[in-house]
Design a protein around this ligand. Sequence first.
Ligand code: ADP
Ligand code: MG
Length: 464
Amino acid sequence: HWARICARLQLEVGEVEYRTWLRQMTLGAVDQDEITLYLPTRFLRDWVRSQYGDRLGALWNAEVAEIRRVELALAPDHSANARPEPPEDGMTASEPRPAMAASLPGPSSAFTPVVEKNSDLAAPLDPRFSFDGFVVGKPNEFAYACARRVAERPSSPGFNPLFLYGGVGLGKTHLMHAVGLELTRPDRSGGAVSVAYMSAEKFMYRFIAAIRSQQTMEFKEQLRSVDVLMIDDLQFLIGKDNTQEEFFHTFNALVDAGKQIVVSADKSPSDLSGLEDRLRTRLGCGMVADIHATTFELRISILEAKAQASGVAVPPKVLEFLAHKITTNVRELEGALNRLIAHANLFGRPVTLEATQEVLHDILKAHDRRVTIEEIQRKVSEHWNIRLTDMSSARRARAVARPRQVAMYLSKQLTSRSLPEIGRKFGNRDHTTVMHAVSRVQELMTTDSAFAEDVELLRRMLES
Ligand code: ADP
Ligand code: MG
């Protein structure tokens, strides 16, 4: 059980976090419904209790139903001659909890304090993530405009904090870097300002490292000396109460001093349950900008921009194919295109649809949503309020013929069925009828934007 729980935890929290906090935990006694886990230091015990206590309880209970309580205790053999082995990489936790930092002795010789390789306060900004490199479309134009605004005039009322949120791979980090790059440009009118960008995870490790090396004052001062503080992926702080607390204080101090804060997360402030209420409230009181899921048009624009920048000719058919297949995440879309381009460069062969399907075989398979034609027919008829049976009926009235064509079109786009196979499912229609439907829908989508939106919406519903 124990090994399984450890493995599970490691997966859940990630390698680094596991090694830092949980690896030194050992199994103690089981007493009816209670199990004791040992940790070598008081600090570790308190930390694990506050950050992972509930999860440990749940994992144990799932593994052994009788166990209802997990007690975290100081290891009984916690003494100078029975020290746990220090981990190879020097990442270990041995230090006091925040509130007591000042009154406790320095790092014990048994442990190596965390030494960050990069001693700068913030992570470097990626020059590729500029505003110029960001493709703007309906789903992200508002977030883009807000980011632009903050980059032009940081700390304006109404835009502080700037809270960007949206799903994975939709450009939050990109926009934050773009703001930072703009503000730190040496030729910026009004002069460059100091920017600290870091992930919330990094923020936590910095904070812990500062506690361990008894440099919390320095850490706070450093943070509070910047003009703009950007924290990426704030949802990481959920459940990390001590770090949240510290962030909250830093946040308040900075805003009170007229500094700009930019934060990103995967949800809106009000949906970030697990963050302290007062922090959520403050996060939501500046500008909150949502980056929506990409549309087909935006995906095409992004692909066009990236293909052009690469200098490799990628036919529009291939771009369309990719934009249809990879819909949720710009990072994956980009990764797929990069692979195609690398392949083309390596073998000096032109990019074709066949080559794409071959080169991206594994990626495409993962994106094959296995939507069935029946599902498509059901959703489409619900959407336009027609009878399901009309998908295969002979009726030719526009009110049913048009939805039927859309369903055929979506079947072609979303499944790997051939035209004759699709035709058969639509009342034994001929494959040329399906072909005609596909081109008719494509044509209509370019001329009728309301119709195009309907079709896109259906696609998204079917794909999710
Ligand atoms: P998030 O932080 O929201 O998970 P990222 O900002 O890391 O997403 O974006 C993932 C990748 O997709 C990055 O390489 C980024 O440059 C790219 N990307 C996302 N949105 C756009 C866009 N609108 N234009 C150009 N590239 C984009
Ligand atoms: Mg990100």
